[in-house]
Ligand binder design. Structure first.
Ligand code: SF4
Length: 356
Protein backbone atom coordinates (compact mmCIF):
# COMPACT_ATOMS: atom_id res chain seq x y z
CA UNK A 1 0.00 0.00 0.00
CA UNK A 2 1.25 3.47 -0.87
CA UNK A 3 2.28 6.06 1.62
CA UNK A 4 0.93 8.78 -0.60
CA UNK A 5 0.85 12.55 -0.45
CA UNK A 6 -1.81 13.73 2.00
CA UNK A 7 -3.41 16.01 -0.64
CA UNK A 8 -3.73 13.06 -3.06
CA UNK A 9 -5.96 11.16 -0.63
CA UNK A 10 -9.63 11.80 -1.24
CA UNK A 11 -8.88 14.21 -4.10
CA UNK A 12 -10.81 12.09 -6.61
CA UNK A 13 -14.02 12.92 -4.74
CA UNK A 14 -13.48 16.68 -4.66
CA UNK A 15 -16.06 18.63 -6.71
CA UNK A 16 -13.42 20.36 -8.90
CA UNK A 17 -11.93 17.02 -9.93
CA UNK A 18 -15.33 15.34 -10.32
CA UNK A 19 -16.52 18.15 -12.58
CA UNK A 20 -13.47 18.32 -14.84
CA UNK A 21 -12.32 14.69 -14.88
CA UNK A 22 -15.33 12.43 -14.18
CA UNK A 23 -14.35 9.68 -16.59
CA UNK A 24 -10.71 9.62 -15.48
CA UNK A 25 -11.88 9.23 -11.89
CA UNK A 26 -14.11 6.30 -12.86
CA UNK A 27 -11.27 4.60 -14.75
CA UNK A 28 -8.95 4.97 -11.74
CA UNK A 29 -11.68 3.54 -9.47
CA UNK A 30 -12.25 0.61 -11.84
CA UNK A 31 -15.80 1.70 -12.73
CA UNK A 32 -14.99 2.39 -16.39
CA UNK A 33 -12.48 1.00 -18.86
CA UNK A 34 -9.56 2.90 -20.34
CA UNK A 35 -10.05 4.06 -23.90
CA UNK A 36 -7.43 1.77 -25.43
CA UNK A 37 -9.41 -1.27 -24.26
CA UNK A 38 -12.55 0.06 -25.91
CA UNK A 39 -10.68 0.85 -29.15
CA UNK A 40 -9.25 -2.69 -29.07
CA UNK A 41 -12.80 -4.07 -28.98
CA UNK A 42 -14.07 -2.12 -32.01
CA UNK A 43 -13.76 -4.02 -35.29
CA UNK A 44 -12.20 -2.17 -38.20
CA UNK A 45 -12.57 -3.34 -41.80
CA UNK A 46 -9.21 -2.70 -43.45
CA UNK A 47 -6.39 -4.46 -45.23
CA UNK A 48 -2.65 -3.92 -44.88
CA UNK A 49 -2.66 -3.38 -48.66
CA UNK A 50 -4.95 -0.33 -48.36
CA UNK A 51 -3.42 3.01 -49.23
CA UNK A 52 -2.62 5.34 -46.36
CA UNK A 53 -5.35 7.68 -47.58
CA UNK A 54 -7.91 4.88 -47.42
CA UNK A 55 -6.73 3.88 -43.95
CA UNK A 56 -7.18 7.45 -42.74
CA UNK A 57 -10.72 7.56 -44.18
CA UNK A 58 -11.59 4.39 -42.27
CA UNK A 59 -9.91 5.67 -39.13
CA UNK A 60 -11.80 8.96 -39.24
CA UNK A 61 -15.13 7.20 -39.77
CA UNK A 62 -14.49 5.02 -36.74
CA UNK A 63 -13.43 8.01 -34.72
CA UNK A 64 -16.83 9.56 -35.34
CA UNK A 65 -18.52 6.53 -33.81
CA UNK A 66 -15.97 5.95 -31.04
CA UNK A 67 -17.56 8.23 -28.46
CA UNK A 68 -20.94 6.58 -29.03
CA UNK A 69 -19.42 3.15 -28.36
CA UNK A 70 -17.71 4.45 -25.24
CA UNK A 71 -20.95 5.93 -23.90
CA UNK A 72 -22.99 2.78 -24.50
CA UNK A 73 -20.52 0.13 -23.41
CA UNK A 74 -22.06 -2.16 -20.80
CA UNK A 75 -19.69 -5.11 -20.45
CA UNK A 76 -15.93 -5.54 -20.27
CA UNK A 77 -14.64 -4.81 -23.79
CA UNK A 78 -13.30 -7.88 -25.58
CA UNK A 79 -10.20 -7.52 -27.66
CA UNK A 80 -10.71 -8.30 -31.34
CA UNK A 81 -8.27 -8.77 -34.21
CA UNK A 82 -8.14 -5.95 -36.77
CA UNK A 83 -9.43 -3.51 -34.21
CA UNK A 84 -9.65 0.28 -34.30
CA UNK A 85 -6.56 0.28 -32.07
CA UNK A 86 -4.72 -1.98 -34.57
CA UNK A 87 -5.65 0.44 -37.34
CA UNK A 88 -4.09 3.27 -35.32
CA UNK A 89 -0.92 1.22 -34.90
CA UNK A 90 -0.71 0.55 -38.64
CA UNK A 91 -1.18 4.22 -39.50
CA UNK A 92 1.37 5.35 -36.90
CA UNK A 93 3.87 2.82 -38.26
CA UNK A 94 3.44 4.22 -41.76
CA UNK A 95 3.97 7.74 -40.44
CA UNK A 96 7.35 6.65 -39.06
CA UNK A 97 8.60 6.15 -42.64
CA UNK A 98 8.37 9.88 -43.15
CA UNK A 99 7.77 11.22 -39.68
CA UNK A 100 5.09 13.85 -39.12
CA UNK A 101 4.25 13.11 -35.49
CA UNK A 102 4.96 16.69 -34.48
CA UNK A 103 4.47 20.02 -36.24
CA UNK A 104 8.13 20.05 -37.31
CA UNK A 105 6.99 17.46 -39.88
CA UNK A 106 10.61 16.83 -40.73
CA UNK A 107 9.93 13.62 -42.65
CA UNK A 108 12.74 11.50 -41.18
CA UNK A 109 12.57 7.84 -42.19
CA UNK A 110 12.82 6.50 -38.67
CA UNK A 111 12.06 2.93 -39.71
CA UNK A 112 15.36 2.88 -41.59
CA UNK A 113 17.53 4.58 -39.00
CA UNK A 114 17.14 8.27 -39.92
CA UNK A 115 16.72 10.72 -37.09
CA UNK A 116 14.90 14.02 -37.29
CA UNK A 117 15.06 17.21 -35.25
CA UNK A 118 14.06 15.37 -32.05
CA UNK A 119 16.73 12.67 -32.63
CA UNK A 120 14.35 9.92 -31.50
CA UNK A 121 15.08 6.60 -33.16
CA UNK A 122 13.37 3.37 -34.10
CA UNK A 123 13.04 2.08 -30.53
CA UNK A 124 11.93 3.69 -27.30
CA UNK A 125 14.75 5.38 -25.46
CA UNK A 126 13.67 5.19 -21.83
CA UNK A 127 15.38 7.25 -19.13
CA UNK A 128 13.27 6.36 -16.11
CA UNK A 129 10.00 4.77 -15.01
CA UNK A 130 8.73 5.24 -11.46
CA UNK A 131 5.69 6.13 -9.33
CA UNK A 132 5.90 9.94 -9.43
CA UNK A 133 4.70 11.63 -6.23
CA UNK A 134 5.20 15.20 -7.44
CA UNK A 135 2.47 15.48 -10.09
CA UNK A 136 -1.00 17.02 -9.65
CA UNK A 137 -2.70 15.36 -6.63
CA UNK A 138 -5.34 13.58 -8.74
CA UNK A 139 -2.56 11.85 -10.66
CA UNK A 140 -0.45 10.72 -7.70
CA UNK A 141 1.01 8.15 -7.56
CA UNK A 142 1.55 8.54 -11.28
CA UNK A 143 3.36 5.80 -13.20
CA UNK A 144 5.64 8.19 -15.05
CA UNK A 145 7.83 7.06 -17.92
CA UNK A 146 10.45 9.46 -19.29
CA UNK A 147 11.62 8.98 -22.88
CA UNK A 148 14.34 10.86 -24.76
CA UNK A 149 14.11 13.66 -27.31
CA UNK A 150 11.77 16.59 -27.88
CA UNK A 151 10.14 18.26 -30.85
CA UNK A 152 10.94 21.78 -29.59
CA UNK A 153 13.88 23.42 -27.76
CA UNK A 154 12.84 25.55 -24.79
CA UNK A 155 15.83 27.61 -23.66
CA UNK A 156 14.75 26.99 -20.07
CA UNK A 157 14.03 23.24 -20.43
CA UNK A 158 13.97 21.59 -16.98
CA UNK A 159 14.62 18.16 -18.48
CA UNK A 160 17.31 19.21 -20.92
CA UNK A 161 19.57 16.25 -20.17
CA UNK A 162 16.79 13.97 -21.47
CA UNK A 163 15.29 16.19 -24.15
CA UNK A 164 18.68 17.08 -25.65
CA UNK A 165 20.28 13.66 -25.20
CA UNK A 166 23.02 14.67 -22.77
CA UNK A 167 22.75 11.22 -21.27
CA UNK A 168 21.76 7.83 -22.66
CA UNK A 169 18.50 6.02 -22.11
CA UNK A 170 17.72 2.32 -22.38
CA UNK A 171 16.62 1.04 -25.77
CA UNK A 172 13.26 -0.73 -25.34
CA UNK A 173 10.81 -2.40 -27.68
CA UNK A 174 7.08 -1.85 -27.04
CA UNK A 175 6.85 -5.39 -25.61
CA UNK A 176 9.56 -4.51 -23.08
CA UNK A 177 7.81 -1.22 -22.28
CA UNK A 178 4.59 -3.16 -21.62
CA UNK A 179 6.43 -4.89 -18.75
CA UNK A 180 7.29 -1.48 -17.28
CA UNK A 181 3.63 -0.46 -17.55
CA UNK A 182 2.52 -3.67 -15.84
CA UNK A 183 5.01 -3.21 -13.00
CA UNK A 184 3.83 0.36 -12.38
CA UNK A 185 0.20 -0.80 -12.47
CA UNK A 186 0.94 -3.52 -9.94
CA UNK A 187 2.64 -0.99 -7.69
CA UNK A 188 -0.69 0.82 -7.40
CA UNK A 189 -0.14 3.78 -9.74
CA UNK A 190 -3.29 5.60 -10.79
CA UNK A 191 -2.18 6.00 -14.39
CA UNK A 192 0.61 5.68 -16.93
CA UNK A 193 2.06 9.12 -17.56
CA UNK A 194 3.88 9.31 -20.93
CA UNK A 195 6.42 12.13 -20.87
CA UNK A 196 9.92 13.13 -21.96
CA UNK A 197 11.36 15.36 -23.46
CA UNK A 198 8.05 14.92 -25.13
CA UNK A 199 6.15 11.70 -25.80
CA UNK A 200 5.20 12.80 -29.34
CA UNK A 201 8.10 11.10 -31.19
CA UNK A 202 6.88 7.79 -29.75
CA UNK A 203 3.23 7.70 -30.86
CA UNK A 204 3.62 4.37 -32.64
CA UNK A 205 5.64 2.89 -29.78
CA UNK A 206 3.02 3.82 -27.17
CA UNK A 207 0.09 2.54 -29.23
CA UNK A 208 1.93 -0.76 -29.80
CA UNK A 209 2.89 -0.98 -26.11
CA UNK A 210 -0.74 -0.92 -25.00
CA UNK A 211 -1.50 -3.82 -27.32
CA UNK A 212 0.67 -5.89 -24.95
CA UNK A 213 -0.74 -4.51 -21.69
CA UNK A 214 -3.18 -6.88 -19.99
CA UNK A 215 -4.36 -4.91 -16.95
CA UNK A 216 -6.55 -1.81 -17.28
CA UNK A 217 -4.96 1.52 -16.39
CA UNK A 218 -5.70 5.14 -17.26
CA UNK A 219 -3.45 6.70 -19.91
CA UNK A 220 -2.02 10.21 -19.51
CA UNK A 221 -0.42 12.15 -22.40
CA UNK A 222 1.99 14.66 -20.87
CA UNK A 223 3.04 16.90 -23.75
CA UNK A 224 4.13 20.34 -24.92
CA UNK A 225 0.97 20.43 -27.14
CA UNK A 226 2.96 20.91 -30.37
CA UNK A 227 1.94 17.67 -32.06
CA UNK A 228 0.49 17.27 -35.53
CA UNK A 229 -3.18 16.88 -36.38
CA UNK A 230 -2.48 13.29 -37.45
CA UNK A 231 -1.06 12.56 -34.00
CA UNK A 232 -4.06 14.24 -32.35
CA UNK A 233 -6.36 11.89 -34.28
CA UNK A 234 -4.32 8.82 -33.32
CA UNK A 235 -4.45 9.84 -29.66
CA UNK A 236 -8.25 10.20 -29.76
CA UNK A 237 -9.67 6.92 -28.47
CA UNK A 238 -6.34 6.08 -26.82
CA UNK A 239 -5.66 8.78 -24.23
CA UNK A 240 -7.91 9.14 -21.18
CA UNK A 241 -6.37 12.29 -19.74
CA UNK A 242 -4.38 14.93 -21.60
CA UNK A 243 -1.88 16.72 -19.39
CA UNK A 244 -1.00 19.55 -21.74
CA UNK A 245 1.40 22.44 -21.37
CA UNK A 246 0.01 25.68 -22.76
CA UNK A 247 3.30 27.50 -23.11
CA UNK A 248 2.82 30.71 -25.07
CA UNK A 249 0.13 33.28 -25.79
CA UNK A 250 1.63 34.28 -29.15
CA UNK A 251 3.86 32.84 -31.84
CA UNK A 252 6.70 35.32 -31.45
CA UNK A 253 7.49 34.20 -27.88
CA UNK A 254 7.09 30.55 -28.93
CA UNK A 255 9.60 30.89 -31.76
CA UNK A 256 12.09 32.94 -29.80
CA UNK A 257 12.12 30.78 -26.68
CA UNK A 258 11.18 27.29 -27.89
CA UNK A 259 11.73 27.19 -31.66
CA UNK A 260 8.06 26.28 -32.02
CA UNK A 261 6.64 28.15 -35.03
CA UNK A 262 2.85 28.45 -35.20
CA UNK A 263 2.55 27.33 -31.57
CA UNK A 264 -0.66 29.23 -30.85
CA UNK A 265 -2.68 27.69 -33.70
CA UNK A 266 -1.33 24.20 -33.00
CA UNK A 267 -1.81 24.34 -29.22
CA UNK A 268 -5.35 25.74 -29.42
CA UNK A 269 -6.35 23.11 -31.99
CA UNK A 270 -4.91 20.29 -29.86
CA UNK A 271 -6.52 21.54 -26.65
CA UNK A 272 -9.92 21.62 -28.38
CA UNK A 273 -9.42 18.10 -29.68
CA UNK A 274 -8.28 16.88 -26.26
CA UNK A 275 -11.50 18.23 -24.77
CA UNK A 276 -13.59 16.60 -27.50
CA UNK A 277 -12.02 13.14 -27.14
CA UNK A 278 -10.85 13.05 -23.53
CA UNK A 279 -10.39 15.07 -20.38
CA UNK A 280 -7.63 17.49 -19.63
CA UNK A 281 -5.49 19.24 -17.09
CA UNK A 282 -3.66 22.26 -18.47
CA UNK A 283 -0.29 23.34 -17.13
CA UNK A 284 0.58 27.00 -17.50
CA UNK A 285 4.15 27.71 -16.41
CA UNK A 286 4.39 31.43 -15.67
CA UNK A 287 7.57 32.86 -17.21
CA UNK A 288 9.30 36.01 -15.93
CA UNK A 289 8.15 39.07 -17.87
CA UNK A 290 5.47 37.12 -19.79
CA UNK A 291 2.24 37.76 -17.90
CA UNK A 292 0.66 40.14 -20.42
CA UNK A 293 1.98 38.57 -23.63
CA UNK A 294 1.46 34.95 -22.56
CA UNK A 295 -0.30 34.21 -19.24
CA UNK A 296 -3.26 36.52 -19.93
CA UNK A 297 -4.10 35.42 -23.50
CA UNK A 298 -3.64 31.75 -22.57
CA UNK A 299 -5.95 31.93 -19.54
CA UNK A 300 -8.50 34.04 -21.41
CA UNK A 301 -8.56 31.55 -24.29
CA UNK A 302 -8.98 28.60 -21.91
CA UNK A 303 -11.90 30.30 -20.20
CA UNK A 304 -13.61 31.32 -23.45
CA UNK A 305 -13.09 28.07 -25.36
CA UNK A 306 -12.87 25.27 -22.79
CA UNK A 307 -14.93 26.75 -20.00
CA UNK A 308 -14.40 28.30 -16.55
CA UNK A 309 -14.28 24.89 -14.84
CA UNK A 310 -11.31 23.66 -16.85
CA UNK A 311 -8.71 22.20 -14.51
CA UNK A 312 -5.68 24.51 -14.75
CA UNK A 313 -2.38 24.21 -12.95
CA UNK A 314 -0.86 27.69 -12.77
CA UNK A 315 2.79 26.95 -12.08
CA UNK A 316 5.24 29.29 -10.37
CA UNK A 317 8.32 27.11 -9.99
CA UNK A 318 10.19 28.59 -12.94
CA UNK A 319 13.96 28.73 -12.52
CA UNK A 320 16.58 29.32 -15.20
CA UNK A 321 17.86 25.99 -16.55
CA UNK A 322 19.89 24.94 -19.58
CA UNK A 323 20.39 28.05 -21.77
CA UNK A 324 18.01 30.42 -19.95
CA UNK A 325 20.75 32.25 -18.07
CA UNK A 326 21.80 33.89 -21.35
CA UNK A 327 18.31 35.21 -22.14
CA UNK A 328 17.64 38.76 -20.85
CA UNK A 329 14.13 37.93 -19.55
CA UNK A 330 14.56 34.30 -18.54
CA UNK A 331 17.70 34.56 -16.42
CA UNK A 332 15.86 35.02 -13.11
CA UNK A 333 13.10 33.54 -10.99
CA UNK A 334 9.62 35.05 -10.81
CA UNK A 335 9.06 38.02 -8.54
CA UNK A 336 6.31 37.91 -5.90
CA UNK A 337 4.45 40.61 -7.87
CA UNK A 338 4.50 38.46 -10.99
CA UNK A 339 3.06 35.49 -9.08
CA UNK A 340 0.30 37.62 -7.58
CA UNK A 341 -0.43 39.20 -10.97
CA UNK A 342 -0.79 35.79 -12.62
CA UNK A 343 -3.26 34.69 -9.92
CA UNK A 344 -5.17 37.91 -10.41
CA UNK A 345 -5.37 37.32 -14.16
CA UNK A 346 -6.82 33.84 -13.56
CA UNK A 347 -9.44 35.40 -11.28
CA UNK A 348 -10.21 38.25 -13.68
CA UNK A 349 -10.80 35.98 -16.66
CA UNK A 350 -13.06 33.77 -14.50
CA UNK A 351 -11.22 30.47 -14.14
CA UNK A 352 -12.58 28.70 -11.05
CA UNK A 353 -10.91 25.28 -10.99
CA UNK A 354 -7.21 25.84 -10.39
CA UNK A 355 -5.07 23.01 -9.02
CA UNK A 356 -4.19 24.06 -5.46
S1 SF4 B 1 8.63 13.70 -33.97
FE1 SF4 B 1 10.84 14.04 -34.38
S2 SF4 B 1 11.26 12.97 -36.32
FE2 SF4 B 1 9.03 13.20 -36.12
S3 SF4 B 1 8.50 15.09 -37.21
FE3 SF4 B 1 8.83 15.63 -35.07
S4 SF4 B 1 10.98 16.23 -34.90
FE4 SF4 B 1 10.73 15.10 -36.84
Amino acid sequence: MWTTRPDAKGILDLPGVQTALPRYVDVVKGKKYPKYMIAQSIEAQYSRRDSTETLWEKHDQLLETYNETETNIKRKPRKTTNSFHDLKILLAHRLMQSCIFCERRCGADRLHGDKGYCRAGRNFSMFSAFPHMGEEPELVPSGTIFTGGCSIRCLHCQNWDISQWHSNGDSLTPEMMAHQVTELTEKGCRNINMVGGDPTPYVWHWLETFNHVKKPIATVWNSNSWYSQETAKLLAGFIDLYLLDFKYGNNQCAEEISDAPGYWEVATRNHLMAKEYGELIIRVLVLPGHNECCTRPILQWIHDNLGPETRVNLMFQYHPEWRASKHPQLNRRLSLTEKLDAKKIAEEVGLINLVE
